[in-house]
Design a protein around this ligand. Structure first.
Ligand code: ATP
Ligand code: MG
Length: 403
C-alpha cells in the first residue's frame, strides 16, 4: 500500500509514461516510506528531458533546468521532477562539472549519495533497489553508493549529509563510510556555506542531534564549519547538552553560549553561517536575555521588555544549562499574562498628550518620560488610563520643572 502523497502523484507518473518515458518516485520519500515515516513531498525522476516534460505538462516552473529539474504543477500540487542524470567529472570536490542527462534509471540511482537514498519506486509500489538500500534501511545503516573515498571526494557535503541523516533517522554510519570521514573532511573547506547550513540546521533538529554534533567534533569535520575551528571542547560540551525540547533558535543560542562568544563575535559567527538578518537579530536577543537571566530572576519589567516568546526561549536554554536551578517557565507565562500592558503601543498616553499637558517642545525628555510612565504602569504604580496618568504626573510633580 502506498501512501496518500504517492497516490496523488500517480497520475503524474502515468502521464509521463503514456508519452513513452519512464518515471519513478525516488529519494527521501521512498526511503521514508520504507521506514514507515510520514512523508511530506515526493520527488520524481524520469527519463524525459526537461523540454519533453514541458510538452507533457502545461504548467511548469524552471527551478534548475541545467540540472534537469523542473517543477510541474498538477491538480493544485507541485512536483519536483528531475531527469535521470549522471554526474561525471568532479574537479573541485563540490559540484559536478557537467551534468549529463541519461535514459537509465540505474545510472541515476548510482550517482545518489547513500544506498538508502538510491531506491526507486514505480507507480504500482514496486521497488527498484540495485544497491541494497532496503537492507541498509532495515539494518539502520548509512552506506555510500560505491566507494566512500570516491563519493566524498566528488562531493564533500555528503559527509555532512551522513551526519544529518544519523541525527534525523537515528541510523549509524557504516564503518568504511565512517573511516573515510577522517581522511576527507578537509574537503569540506570547498563547500558553499549555504549548503552546510542547511545540513547543520537539519542535524540540530533531529532526535539524535546530540550524537551527531559529537561526531562532528570527534571526526574533525567541525574544523571546516564556520566559526568552529578552535572550538572542539565547546562543541563536545554543547553536544552533551542539546536536549530534544529545544527549538532550533534555542539550540543556536545554546551554542553561542557554549562558544563563549560576546558582542561583535556573535554577529560575526552567525553571519559566517549566512543566517538571515532577521534570524540573527532574534538569536542575539534571546542570547542577551539568557545572560541577564543568569544574573537575575525574571520580573515584570524584564518580561515586558523581552516579550513572552524571547523570555520563554531564553528560560529554556537557561534550564538546559543549569538543570539544578529551578525553572521559572510557569511563572513567566503567569507574570506576563498579568502585565497591564504588553507593548508600548498599548500605553494610553502618547508623546502628543505629554507635549500638550506640559506645554513643551519635543526633545529627549519626551522619551524619558514615556519610559517612566511605561515603567510605572508595568509595576502597577499607576493604572493605564489617561486621566489617572495625568493625575499621577501632576501629583508626583515631576516633569514640569525638569529643564
Ligand atoms: P529529506 O527528507 O531531508 O528531503 P532527501 O533524502 O530527500 O531528504 P534531499 O536533499 O531532498 O534529501 O535530496 C533528494 C535526493 O537527492 C537524495 O535522497 C539523494 O538521492 C539525492 N542527493 C541529494 N544530495 C545529494 C548529494 N550531495 N550527492 C548525491 N546525491 C544527492
Ligand atoms: Mg527531499
Amino acid at each position: 500500500m502506498i501512501g496518500k502523497p504517492f497516490m496523488e502523484a500517480v497520475p503524474v507518473l502515468e502521464l509521463i509514461e503514456r508519452s513513452g518515458f519512464e518515471a519513478y518516485f525516488v529519494g527521501g520519500s521512498v526511503r521514508d516510506h520504507i521506514l514507515g515515516r510520514e512523508i511530506a513531498d515526493v520527488d520524481i525522476a524520469t527519463s524525459a528531458l526537461p523540454e519533453e516534460l514541458k510538452r507533457i505538462f502545461s504548467k511548469t516552473t524552471d527551478v534548475g533546468v541545467e540540472h534537469g529539474t523542473i517543477l510541474v504543477h498538477f491538480k493544485g500540487a507541485s512536483y519536483e521532477i528531475t531527469t535521470f542524470r549522471s554526474e561525471a567529472e568532479y574537479s573541485d570536490f563540490r559540484r559536478p562539472d557537467k551534468v549529463s542527462f541519461i535514459r537509465s534509471l540505474r545510472e541515476d540511482l548510482q550517482r545518489r549519495d547513500f544506498t538508502m537514498n538510491a531506491i526507486a519506486m514505480d507507480k504500482d509500489g514496486e521497488i527498484i533497489d540495485p544497491f541494497a538500500g532496503k537492507d541498509a534501511i532495515h539494518s539502520k545503516q548509512i552506506v555510500t553508493v560505491g566507494n566512500p573515498d570516491e563519493r566524498f571526494g566528488e562531493d564533500a557535503l555528503r559527509m555532512l549529509r551522513a551526519v544529518r541523516f544519523l541525527s534525523q533517522l537515528s541510523f549509524s554510519i557504516e564503518d568504511k563510510t565512517l573511516k573515510s570521514f577522517q581522511q576527507h573532511c578537509r574537503l569540506l573547506e570547498n563547500i558553499a556555506v549555504e549548503r552546510k547550513t542547511v545540513e547543520f540546521e537539519k542535524m540540530l533538529q533531529g532526535p539524535d542531534r546530540s550524537k551527531a554534533v559529537k561526531l562532528l567534533a570527534t571526526s574533525g569535520m567541525f574544523q571546516y564549519l564556520p566559526g568552529l575551528k578552535q572550538h572542539q571542547e565547546s562543541l563536545i560540551r554543547f553536544s552533551s547538552q542539546i536536549s530534544e525540547n529545544l527549538e532550533l533558535a534555542e539550540t543556536w543560542v545554546l551554542l553561542l553560549y557554549e562558544l563563549g562568544l560576546a558582542g561583535k563575535e556573535i554577529e560575526d559567527f552567525l553571519r559566517a553561517w549566512k543566517l538571515p538578518v532577521q534570524k540573527i537579530k532574534k538569536l542575539k536577543q534571546i542570547h542577551s536575555w539568557l545572560l541577564l537571566r543568569i544574573d537575575a530572576q525574571w520580573n515584570e519589567e524584564s518580561l515586558y521588555k523581552a516579550g513572552l516568546e524571547n523570555a520563554i526561549s531564553s528560560e529554556k536554554v537557561y534550564k538546559t544549562l543549569f538543570p539544578e536551578k529551578s525553572s521559572m517557565i510557569g511563572q513567566i507565562t503567569q507574570i506576563h499574562e498579568q502585565l497591564p500592558i504588553k507593548h508600548r503601543q498599548e500605553l494610553k498616553v502618547t508623546g502628543n498628550d505629554l507635549m500638550a499637558w506640559l506645554d513643551r517642545n519635543p526633545g529627549p525628555w519626551l522619551r524619558e518620560l514615556l519610559e517612566e510612565i511605561e515603567k510605572a504602569v508595568i509595576h502597577g504604580i499607576v493604572q493605564n488610563e489617561k486621566e489617572k496618568i495625568k493625575a499621577w504626573l501632576n501629583g508626583s510633580n515631576l516633569k514640569s520643572e525638569k529643564n
